[in-house]
Design a protein around this ligand. Structure first.
Ligand SMILES: [Zn+2]
Length: 69
């Protein structure tokens, strides 16, 4: 009896065998697609953008005054 799983990428039936290199995927292509999707999602970091001090005119002024001594 052969265990059959669904390829997570294309939903194709994939025989689950010891020598299946890409399980649970049906092929290397589907594996790469899934890994790529995961990697690109991980780059999206939720949260507020960090304010940049140098873009604030008041901070630029205080830095300039400090430089003058
Ligand atoms: Zn597939």
């Amino acid at each position: 009896m052969v265990t059959v799983v669904k390829c997570p990428t294309c939903n194709r039936d994939v025989p689950w065998r010891e020598d299946s290199l890409f399980k649970p995927f049906c092929s290397e292509r589907c594996k790469q697609i899934d890994l790529g999707a995961w990697a690109s999602e991980s780059y999206v970091i939720p949260g507020e953008p960090v304010p940049d001090d140098d873009s604030d005119p008041e901070n630029v002024w205080s830095k300039a005054r400090r430089a003058d001594g």
